[in-house]
Ligand binder design. Structure first.
Ligand code: NAD
Length: 243
């Protein structure tokens, strides 16, 4: 039985990934930083499928909490086979108005968090001589986006980190890939003003928002035996926005 750790899994894309990996047969560690109730609800949904899951609180931006998260996963299930670095935040502002703390907060969660979680599982996966790491980047990390200098720089960093860790860990059969979602219907995008949402829709050839399950299905593919000869890739899941 494989064990997956999914960061920021109490809602949105992370929740959908946790449910899909459980459906595919994995034990799941549902990491959360905010609402314990929501994380426990995801655990209950997984248990209702007949699979095992636990909820573990940890900020991915805090090295000690990340170590504790991975130790708990290992003690509970005995291995960590899949890590999905999904946790992410936005603090949008135009460059000239962006405050240093807005830059730092996004970098800490969206980029340093991926580094800390990857480093914390890599040793175990090296011992296992097997592992899958899947990073949730964003299409804006490829194309850029006005008003998101911090978020775009972090997500572009995640794509670079994906390539580098893929090269460093390949010899131990640890495959590292990323997904780059476009405009997905979650709490994160729900907060955007209506005119911004309408402008985004105009840029999507498939003319609709993606659903969290659209991302979860591709992550599950990257975690599966079907994807055993690809590493260092970033798959765009964006309705054709960035080609
Ligand atoms: P969301 O806000 O619904 O979920 C993000 C989750 O991350 C939340 O559960 C939050 O509590 C958690 N989180 C935040 N900071 C954390 C921390 N320090 N430690 C642990 N968990 C933390 O957003 P979402 O849309 O589901 O986003 C999930 C991922 O997908 C993010 O990395 C986001 O950048 C990326 N993404 C989303 C979209 C989109 O359109 N929704 C597009 C591209 C990329």
């Amino acid at each position: 039985m494989k064990t997956a750790v999914v960061t920021g899994a109490s809602r949105g894309i992370g929740r959908a990934i946790a449910l899909k990996l459980a459906q595919d047969g994995a034990n799941v560690v549902v990491n959360y930083s905010g609402s314990k109730d929501k994380a426990e609800a995801v655990v209950a949904e997984i248990q209702a499928m007949g699979q095992q899951a636990i909820a573990v609180q940890a900020s991915v931006a805090n090295a000690d909490e990340v170590k504790e998260l991975m130790n708990t996963a290992l003690q509970t299930f005995g291995s960590i086979d899949i890590l999905v670095n999904n946790a992410g935040i936005t603090r949008d502002n135009l460059l000239m108005r962006m405050k240093e703390d807005e830059w730092d907060a996004v970098m800490a969660t969206n980029l340093k968090g991926v580094f800390l979680c990857t480093k914390a599982v890599a040793r175990q996966m090296m011992k296992q001589r097997a592992g899958r790491i899947i990073n949730v980047a964003s299409i804006v990390g490829v194309a850029g986006n006005a008003g998101q200098a911090n978020y775009v720089a972090a997500k572009a960093g995640v794509i670079g980190l994906t390539k580098t860790t893929a090269k460093e860990l390949a010899a131990r059969n640890i495959l590292v890939n990323a997904v780059a979602p476009g405009f997905i219907a979650t709490d994160m995008t729900d907060e955007l003003p209506t005119d911004v949402k309408e402008a985004m829709l105009q840029q999507i050839p498939l003319a609709k928002l993606g659903q969290p399950e659209d991302i979860a299905n591709v992550v599950a593919f990257l975690a599966s035996d079907a994807a055993s000869y690809m590493t260092g890739q970033t798959l765009h899941i964006d309705g054709g926005m960035v080609m």
